[in-house]
Design a binder for this molecule. Structure first.
Ligand SMILES: [Zn+2]
Length: 414
């Protein structure tokens, strides 16, 4: 345990904690950095840097990495000793609660995955049973990798639906049928580590902002579509949650005024039933029944339980009707993203879930419609791409919640 009283010469604990947070963030962003460069970057005094670094060195969280890999300007004075964060000095746990699928992972301080496990569960299984299974799998991973649980700084959980990040209660997850599940308390009692819980897409956005494609981006929108459709926003390194932790419900923005499938929220014309995996699968099954000798039917029948991967495969193999259907779905997403661009004006939009899985088929249309329908030049200036974390976006996001709160923000000792 670090004794914060020894960490700096500042007067108040708040300032000390803020100083440490600033230093840790700088160490995260730079592979190798000198004390002088740290002082320059953070605006902290040399004494503060020296004291804080001394404590971090003692804890094994920082090491002196020599001078060889430092980029020294010729004639820039004597070489400076480089410092680096020791990524494996501490660990975090990331949990992604999806609809019917849970992923758990152990990561290091840079959110690199050390070990992970995923399992599916029937949707009628109770929340407690699902969480117990996740805990059991985590214990297995911790044991297999011989990790001292005292070195796990915290547990981050990205949960489906509406989450109260203060209480860690999963207030409502309609796709799972979960209501008021005290995820944080439940896991804290069983894992005996600090736990933070937030919406799973919001967690993915934070993961990208801290460790992924959005590291140097000031306004990020992460849009995820699979069973449900949601968005997470990071503005200036902070998650934007809205006044009631409900920001990002892009799946329930109205896209069509007349008709449209009934959405699980009770409305018609929402984005979610236009672009979600179940709705695309339902239309694909119907098309395959109509054209039972077509490419799509062939691909769907080639496996026992067809998923959207077979639909994408049929489109890639040249099924024109499937391509048209997917293009139409992509247009709806493009419209929703144009609305998002007009309201949030993000610098980067990252797409996850099925829009990442089928990005070669969907992204060109999404991008074209988004750019065309955004106001003025807002659409031209935004960058849009699929997440490079692919199926790991959820667990990296979960770990990011824990790392951000319990390590890089120093809300607790470690
Ligand atoms: Zn809806």
């Amino acid at each position: 345990m670090i004794n914060h009283r020894t960490l700096s010469g500042s007067n108040s604990a708040t300032i000390k904690s803020h100083n440490l947070q600033t230093i840790l963030k700088a160490l995260l962003r730079h592979e190798h950095i000198s004390r002088a460069h740290l002082a320059q970057l953070t605006g902290l005094s040399n004494t503060t840097i020296t004291n804080q670094i001394a404590a971090l060195l003692e804890q094994g969280i920082v090491e002196e990495g020599g001078t060889a890999r430092l980029q020294q300007r010729p004639g820039a004075g004597r070489p400076r000793m480089a410092l680096r964060l020791v990524p494996d000095a501490r660990y975090a746990v990331g949990i992604h609660i999806g609809v019917g699928q849970i992923r758990v992972a152990l990561t290091n301080l840079r959110a690199n995955i050390i070990a992970s496990h995923s399992f599916t569960h029937p949707l009628d299984k109770s929340a407690n049973d699902v969480l117990d299974q996740a805990v059991m799998q985590l214990h297995n991973l911790i044991e297999q990798h011989g990790i001292d649980t005292g070195n796990i700084i915290g547990v981050g959980v990205g949960a489906s639906g509406l989450v109260d990040p203060e209480t860690g209660v999963n207030v409502m997850a309609p796709n799972l049928g979960w209501n008021n599940i005290p995820v944080k308390d439940y896991l804290r009692q069983r894992l005996n580590r600090p736990v933070t819980v937030d919406n799973n897409v919001r967690a993915m956005a934070l993961g990208e902002a801290l460790f992924g494609a959005a590291k140097n981006v000031r306004t990020l929108a992460f849009v995820y579509a699979r069973y449900g459709v949601g968005a997470g926003f990071v503005v200036d390194e902070q998650l934007y949650r809205g006044s009631g932790a409900g920001a990002g419900e892009i799946g329930h923005t109205t896209i069509t005024l007349e008709g449209g499938e009934l959405c699980r929220c009770g409305n018609r014309g929402c984005l979610e039933p236009l672009v979600s995996e179940p709705s695309i699968m339902a239309q694909a099954q119907e098309m395959a029944r109509k054209y039972s000798h077509g490419l799509l039917a062939h691909h769907l029948n080639s496996v026992e339980t067809p998923t959207i991967e077979q639909v994408f495969a049929a489109a890639r193999a040249g099924d024109a009707a499937v391509q048209t259907m997917l293009t139409e779905r992509a247009r709806y997403m493009g419209i929703a993203l144009a609305n998002l661009v007009n309201i949030l004006n993000p610098e980067l939009i990252l797409l996850g879930g099925i829009f990442c899985q089928g990005h070669d088929l969907l992204l060109p249309t999404v991008e074209q419609v988004m750019r065309q329908r955004s106001f003025g030049n807002l659409g031209e200036r935004v960058e849009i791409k699929a997440t490079e974390f692919t199926t790991q976006a959820g667990i990296i996001g979960g770990a990011a919640l824990a790392l951000d709160r319990f390590f890089y923000r120093q809300e607790t000792t470690f």
